[in-house]
Ligand binder design. Structure first.
Ligand SMILES: CC(C)(COP(=O)(O)OP(=O)(O)OC[C@H]1O[C@@H](n2cnc3c(N)ncnc32)[C@H](O)[C@@H]1OP(=O)(O)O)[C@@H](O)C(=O)NCCC(=O)NCCS
Length: 150
């Protein structure tokens, strides 16, 4: 399947139920609540895009960029299992990076999550730090950074 088969656009409140399902499938105990998701969709510091195929939600990405900061954070990215390895996460990442006006973007990922680490490393991110015991399970987070604008 090539890129023309999915549509990337901002998500809206009608996507909330599907976004909550996606969060659960992707992040289990670390999934955001409906309230968290509603905040991401409505507050001005957040930028977000969904990917949909034939009107069905396939993936989602969100970033936080506060005007007074120098770094933006990608706070979630996920794709439903049936739509993985099609290039959707990379397309979502490209789309959100293009909307980040701050010079640097960071994100964190479980140390065991090699799929996501491959995605970030092949998209120009470099590992800069480890946050010990960051996740509920006690697992460490690997922090990645990409310089977007110099
Ligand atoms: C990580 C995730 C977002 C990737 O989504 P995706 O749409 O399948 O990714 P893409 O198809 O765009 O893949 C882009 C690159 O990522 C890497 N990648 C993706 N899945 C991979 C896997 N299972 N194993 C190894 N590398 C993988 C590859 O480098 C791939 O490029 P390639 O297909 O040309 O080899 C998806 O697996 C997911 O939703 N996982 C659960 C949620 C999650 O872990 N989110 C990240 C939290 S930090």
């Amino acid at each position: 399947m090539d890129e023309t088969h999915w549509l990337i656009e901002p998500a809206n409140w009608r996507d909330l139920p599907a976004l909550q399902r996606l969060e659960r499938v992707c992040f289990d105990v670390d999934a955001w609540s409906l309230l968290d998701l509603a905040g991401v969709l409505s507050l001005p510091d957040y930028t977000h895009f969904k990917a949909s195929i034939d009107g069905r939600l396939a993936g989602f990405v969100a970033a936080e960029q506060r005007r007074e900061e120098t770094k933006a954070w990608i706070i979630t990215i996920g794709v439903f299992p049936e739509y993985r390895r099609l290039g959707i996460a990379r397309a979502l990442l490209n789309e959100i990076e293009a909307r980040i006006h701050l010079p640097v973007v960071r994100l964190c990922v479980r140390r065991s999550n090699l799929a996501a680490q491959h995605l970030y490393e092949s998209s120009g991110y470099r590992a800069i730090d480890i946050w010990r015991h960051y996740y509920h399970s006690g697992e460490d987070a690997q922090v990645y950074e990409k310089i977007l604008h110099t």
